[in-house]
Design a protein. Structure first.
Length: 177
């Protein structure tokens, strides 16, 4: 089986300048290593909150690197420099608002400011892009909520096959597919 390519993109002015370590992107990679049972390789990048650069990076990960899934972290709040959702929407052919709705719903059970999050998801070619929050504990909470639907979504858009360890996250795939 060919390895799935998964992009992990941290969008942070300070982390991209080395002012602090990118713990959020590493938390995503640790999560993937923990729950995925199919072979995959990660294309990992840390870039500043610059709209055009985010768009170029997402396009490159999909069109040049062949990623079937990209998980972003950072840039989803209401601050002026938070432009990750705008970049995601600009490069996608279809938006998948249910991902953001579910992530906000589970996050609201933990913190009232989750309503300020603008996380979204969308599809470009045969890649699903999911915008995650910036804190590692919030990343896990959100991924636990949406990961059951991600493998089947990627099947439907003809991306690489990925599957989860059913003892950790049970992927949903229809039985009569």
């Amino acid at each position: 089986m060919e390895k799935a390519k998964i992009g992990v993109l941290t969008i942070s002015d300070r982390a991209s300048k080395g002012i602090y370590e990118d713990i959020s992107g590493k938390a995503i990679i640790d999560y993937l290593n923990d729950v995925l049972i199919t072979p995959f390789e990660v294309d990992y990048k840390v870039i500043p909150d610059e709209l055009e650069l985010i768009k170029e990076t997402l396009i490159g990960m999909i069109d040049n690197k062949g990623c079937s899934l990209i998980l972003t972290t950072g840039g989803t709040g209401p601050a002026k420099r938070d432009v990750t959702p705008e970049a995601t929407e600009a490069v996608c052919e279809k938006m998948m608002p249910g991902f953001g709705e579910l992530m906000r719903q589970v996050s609201l059970s933990q913190v009232p400011t989750a309503i300020l999050s603008r996380q979204t998801a969308g599809i470009r070619k045969n890649c699903l892009i999911v915008n995650l929050p910036g804190k590692p504990q919030s990343i896990k909470l959100c991924l636990d909520a949406v990961m059951p639907a991600i493998p089947y979504c990627i099947d439907l858009i003809e991306g690489a096959y990925i599957d989860t360890d059913p003892n950790k996250i049970k992927s949903f795939r229809p039985k009569n597919k």
